[in-house]
Design a protein around this ligand. Structure first.
Ligand code: NAG
Ligand code: NAG
Ligand code: NAG
Ligand code: NAG
Length: 336
């Protein structure tokens, strides 16, 4: 049985409490989360935006894949971003090549650490890669290894079942044509499983409409995958009687879900992009449980007059990446 959450009713309760920090009261969970102390973690010069976020098992980070083809991590100690790796074999790490979101420099859109093993990264210009500090990455699945070839490798999750799951947002349009993909309601996205031991690549779902985000639950009994063009999240069962089947999990009428990220305690955050009545971007973060229960809604529109792509909780902090935002935003989470 799938859940259908109608956010309209929730909205009417808080849209008018227009304070700097949006305060959301979610009765179902008796949970209040307030965003506080917004800080920008500005990227180095030449970085247009970050496309992915992750923390490692030692809670270092965030790591971010950036438009210049690098994977950077934020050093709290030095209060700045440092180089970690890069995914495109065509990129030189000395900055002589690639500040152009091109096949040459790459752009990592998905990041997921397998604790104490390494970092899996999805780059639409390369495929699925495995990264050790210092890069370049090892390419595990080249775009041409899939049939039809990958065009838009996007989110990745190194799951607790030992498998690596990732999405190809479209097998027709790559990132430069993302708008065309939206305009034509492109339904050529796919969900893949990669087995690092056997190196076998399996297509789990095809004909998806904008699978941008992906996250497994903590014991990998299911995974969640967004269909951004249908404003919804699907659940795909990995184990149990329903293994291999999918169902509607959450639906966000009128707003497109982006990346999904699991929290340390096993809940999830998803960024959703709505529009105001004037057409301006209206980005929100939604926290929900593995059962699909809504835990919190937070409003980023004050700090992000743009679409957001990633919302990641680490401890008591929330990190947010936006389209064409040359920084990662950090909020403190306060609980009432
Ligand atoms: C999106 O915004 C419209 C109004 O602009 C509102 O009716 C709708 O409920 C919103 N949906 C979500 C999921 O935020
Ligand atoms: C965060 O903001 C609150 C007020 O909202 C303030 O009292 C507190 O000192 C701030 N914390 C930090 C670490 O800046
Ligand atoms: C797996 O995790 C889900 C929550 O994500 C939980 O409902 C389920 O009981 C767990 N299954 C096992 C076998 O532990
Ligand atoms: C991104 O931002 C820069 C300025 O920061 C602007 O010149 C450019 O047009 C923006 N691009 C998009 C696609 O919004």
């Amino acid at each position: 049985m799938a859940f259908f959450i109608n956010l309209c009713s929730l909205f009417s309760t808080f849209l008018f409490t227009s304070t700097f920090l949006i305060h959301v009261h979610v009765t179902s969970a008796q949970s209040n989360i307030v965003l506080a102390n917004f800080t920008k973690l500005p990227f180095p010069t030449n970085v247009g935006a970050g496309g992915s976020l992750a923390f490692d098992a030692l809670e270092k980070g965030p790591y971010a894949g950036t438009t210049d083809g690098r994977i950077l991590y934020f050093s709290r100690f030095l209060n700045t971003w440092l180089d970690y790796a890069y995914t495109s074999p065509n990129r030189h790490n000395d900055g002589t090549l690639g500040y152009d979101r091109s096949p040459t420099c790459g752009f990592t859109l998905g990041l997921s650490f397998k604790p104490f093993v390494g970092l899996y990264a999805c780059d639409p210009f390369v495929g699925l890669t495995f990264v050790l500090a210092g890069g370049p990455a090892i390419t595990l699945v080249r775009n041409s290894d899939a049939s039809p070839p990958l065009k838009f490798a996007n989110s990745v999750d190194a799951a607790s079942d030992g498998m690596v799951y990732f999405t190809d947002t479209s097998s027709v349009y790559g990132p430069p044509d993302a708008k065309k993909s939206m305009d034509t309601m492109d339904a050529s996205g796919r969900l893949f499983q990669y087995n690092p031991t056997t190196k076998k690549l399996t297509t789990l779902l095809s004909q998806l409409e904008g699978p941008v985000g992906l996250a497994t639950n903590i014991n990998a009994s299911f995974l969640l995958v967004t269909e951004a063009l249908q404003d919804r999240i699907l659940r795909y069962w990995l184990t149990g009687q329903k293994a291999g089947t999918s169902e509607l999990f959450l639906s966000f009428g009128g707003a497109q879900p982006s990346k999904i990220k699991r929290t340390q305690e096993g809940n999830f955050w998803v960024g959703i992009n709505n529009k105001t009545s004037t057409g301006a971007p209206f980005p929100l973060g939604i926290k929900f449980s593995p059962e699909g229960e809504l835990l919190a809604v937070v409003d980023f529109s004050k700090e992000y007059q743009r679409r957001i792509t990633n919302v990641l909780q680490q401890g008591n902090e929330l990190f947010v990446a936006g389209v064409n935002a040359s920084f990662i935003g950090r909020y403190e989470l306060q609980y009432n």
